[in-house]
Design a protein around this ligand. Structure first.
Ligand SMILES: Cc1ncc(COP(=O)(O)O)c(C=O)c1O
Length: 379
């Protein structure tokens, strides 16, 4: 404990985020370094096998970030200049900058205020004959109602890209995200449930799409084709223009070690998330997200709706508890073409804030967070 100038005892700081690195990560990376095979190789294959098994995904490709995964998925689905992608505006900007980067235009649908996920009804209203795909985000690791969204997509013959950067190991109606659907992308960036610093995964149920995804992540070339000529630098000519975003074996080593810890880390988060849901329900100024029984959240983050968000933020920071606005509505950023008239988005953008949820939190920390939120609510 420290003492401030008013001679008041200060509580230690509770941070909003933390990074989880398993103890054996360094040793495993050293082994890879000593092996001298640093490029995409056995470790990357080992990591993908773990992802396929844990996420029950028929096909999984690895790349260097969640953002790269989105761009690769979009390109593999042949989305490009002149196309529109109906997307959520309540997300980290990467969801939508990826669409811009491949030359297409994100068209924003409204969200559901109670889940912060894209609203399938609004999606349908935004579909035009230029629409090439639908992009959703399982926000906060609380899955989108995929049956409802699928119905809309099927009516218009559109693929759905699930930006699952928040949704590692989440389940929808008992099925892991990534095990069904067209294509899902994951992030292993540093504050994700398990991490390799920066990394991404793309899962799909479609073998032909998987082959395109693999090529897209390495210059449009299938790395698994063996060279037929000793003098040719590439096994086959590139199939169009692809990215350079294959996951190397150093990163894959970290990612593979991290996967071994996923269930333990997830269980700890679940205990905290469920405690918040039990002990913070029924408050006056604070409203929780709507979590359905048949959606299994992973509590990647814990957003709440709060009356007088700024006052709440000061209240908590003054008590050394960090709370944060994670994302702003994306249409405030000029590159997305201007503000949209989306009423639920407007409300959420004014009152959503994250309270801490991560692997370093102790039971006492969680008790302190809950007590302070209740005190704020009681003022
Ligand atoms: C919803 C969402 N999509 C995409 C990304 C991009 O992932 P990455 O940082 O791995 O590129 C993030 C990153 O946090 C995210 O939150």
């Amino acid at each position: 404990m420290t003492i401030n100038n008013d001679f008041k005892m200060e509580e230690p700081i509770i941070r909003c985020w933390s990074v989880y690195v398993p103890d054996e990560a360094g040793e495993e990376v050293t082994k890879t370094l000593k092996s001298k095979w640093l490029n995409t190789g056995k470790k990357e294959a080992e990591f993908r096998a773990k992802v396929r098994a844990r996420f029950k995904a028929p096909y999984a490709a690895a790349c260097m970030s969640g953002t790269a995964a989105l761009k690769i998925a979009l390109k593999a689905l042949d989305v490009g200049p002149g196309d529109e992608v109906v997307s959520t505006p309540f997300t980290f900007i990467a969801t939508n900058t990826s669409i811009l980067e491949i030359g297409a235009t994100p068209v924003f649908a409204d969200i559901q205020y109670d889940t912060l996920n894209i609203d399938p009804k609004s999606v349908e209203e935004k579909i035009t004959d230029k629409t090439k795909a639908i992009m959703c985000v399982h926000y906060a690791g609380n899955p989108v109602d995929m049956d409802e969204l699928r119905e809309v997509a099927d009516r218009h013959g559109l693929p759905i890209i699930e930006d699952s950067a928040h949704a590692m190991a989440c389940e929808y109606k008992g099925q892991p995200i990534g095990s069904f659907g067209d294509v899902a992308t994951f992030s292993f960036q540093c504050v994700k449930i398990v991490t390799c610093g920066d990394g991404g995964v793309i899962t799909t149920t479609d073998e032909a799409l998987y082959k395109k995804i693999r090529k897209q992540s390495w210059y449009g070339i299938d790395r698994e084709v063996k060279k037929t000529s000793i003098l040719d630098p590439l096994p086959v000519p590139p199939d169009g223009l692809g990215f350079k975003s294959n996951m190397n074996d150093i990163t894959a080593t970290l990612a593979s070690v991290a996967m071994d810890h996923l269930d333990r880390v997830l269980e700890h988060r679940k205990q905290i998330g469920e405690r918040y849901r039990r002990e913070l329900q029924g408050l006056t100024k604070v409203t929780l997200l709507n979590y359905q029984d048949h959606w299994t959240p992973n509590y990647q983050i814990f957003p709440i709706h709060v009356e007088d968000r700024e006052e709440f933020a000061h209240y908590m920071w003054d008590r050394n508890i960090q709370v944060n606005v994670n994302n702003r509505r994306n249409d405030i950023y000029e590159m997305f073409g201007g503000l949209c008239d989306l009423p639920n988005l407007k409300r959420a953008d004014e009152d959503v804030i994250l309270i801490p949820l991560h692997s370093d939190l102790t039971d006492d920390d969680v008790t302190r967070i809950i007590e302070n939120i209740k005190e704020y609510d009681n003022q």
